[in-house]
Design a protein around this ligand. Structure first.
Ligand SMILES: *Cc1c(COP(=O)(O)O)cnc(C)c1O
Length: 350
């Protein structure tokens, strides 16, 4: 071993879903939105003056922060914008989870949480979801250095009711509670309305799923001004210019087209309900889905083998190899046409 090797920070990284190169892939593996961003985004992209790219962007991301503040009825000092909610969450862990006590998040949830905790050396505990993959609010009553959970949860798609979310926040007023609402636009109740009541609450959302802009990398956090200030200070200690000019302009344009947003959300929800029925008819079971994916298992069918067989036919879904998740596939809700291809395959396979 070389002497300098002893000083290398060794981490086990998060492994994102595959981004296959083949053209005719049915891609139901990373919860992207099949409908593409609003035409307003396309127009803004066409009108974008590339001459501006010689200048650094606004470090405070005001164009986008203002548009978000307006959309959600908050002050600009309650909004923080970052490079995808992954960056927002990573900075939030760094900013708010500085206690010697463990932070808490569910055993089955977004697998990035433990990666960040390991990276920063934050102690953590993962209370187990119950048999039906439900989060038990009582598990979050113990002393902790912070709480984070997705709502709806990933990869289960199951939503926690707002009264239970509030109960967890109310029991943890000595910690920061982060509610990761990456999928809230597809179902479930947002905790945003609780911001006026709890200054320890941070709500994190993203443009990647419901607004169909995963390629642009826009995430945001909403919370009390003191939390947003602390988060910004950490960001400015790291990189002043996280948000590029194009993302700021196109992100703001997306927020102007509420009609398109609602229309595509409606289509995805309708496809999800039909897909749930079809899967049920084929013998699959799933927790009630509230996100743009379904976590499905078929008693007697090997999910790992099914995953491989689907991939062979260019249908990509996600399989998580944990003891409680290995019998399930996480299937992103695509277009009706894409789902039809999936069901045709399943009918033959089974
Ligand atoms: C997709 C996802 C994110 C991150 O998405 P970004 O593309 O970085 O905004 C965060 N949390 C959960 C639970 C997700 O599924």
């Amino acid at each position: 071993m070389k002497p300098w090797e002893a000083n290398i920070r060794n981490v086990t990284p998060y492994v994102p879903g595959e981004q296959p190169k083949e053209a005719d892939v049915i891609k139901l593996n990373t919860n992207e939105n099949p409908y593409g961003p609003s035409p307003a985004v396309k127009k803004a992209a066409q009108e974008f003056d590339t001459e501006l790219l010689r200048l650094y962007p606004d470090p405070a991301s005001r164009v986008l922060a203002d548009a978000l503040a307006k959309r959600y009825g908050l002050g600009r000092d309650q909004i923080f914008v970052g490079v995808g909610s992954d960056e927002v969450l990573a900075l939030a862990f760094l900013t708010f989870f500085n206690s010697d006590k463990p932070i808490l998040f569910p055993d089955i949830s977004y697998s990035f949480y433990s990666v960040w905790a390991e990276l920063y050396g934050i102690p953590y505990e993962r209370p187990a979801l119950d048999r039906d993959f439900r989060l038990r609010k009582e598990d979050y009553y113990k002393e902790n250095g912070g709480v984070v959970f997705p709502n709806p949860n990933a990869p289960t798609s199951l939503a926690l009711g707002l009264s239970e979310v509030e109960d967890i926040i109310a029991h943890n007023q000595r910690s920061v509670v982060i509610v990761d609402e990456a999928y809230i636009d597809f179902g479930g109740e947002s905790a945003l309305g609780l911001l006026s009541k709890y200054e320890n609450l941070l709500v994190v959302q993203t443009f990647s799923k419901s607004r169909s802009m995963a390629g642009l990398r826009i995430g945001y956090a909403m919370g009390a001004p003191a939390l947003i200030r602390a988060l910004s200070d950490v960001k400015y200690s790291f990189n002043s210019y996280t948000m590029n000019r194009t993302s700021l302009v196109l992100g703001a344009a997306a927020l102007e087209d509420e009609a398109y947003f609602q229309e595509t959300l409606g289509k995805i929800r309708a496809t999800r309900e039909r897909a749930k029925e079809r899967l049920g008819a084929l013998g699959f079971v799933c927790p009630e889905p509230s996100a743009n994916f379904i976590f499905a298992s078929r008693p007697g069918t090997d999910a790992g083998a099914l995953f491989e067989a689907l991939k062979e036919r260019n249908i990509y879904v996600r399989h998580f190899d944990g003891p409680r998740t290995k019998d399930y596939l996480r299937i992103t809700v695509g277009t009706d046409g894409q789902m039809e291809r999936l069901f045709e395959f399943l009918e033959n396979y089974l």
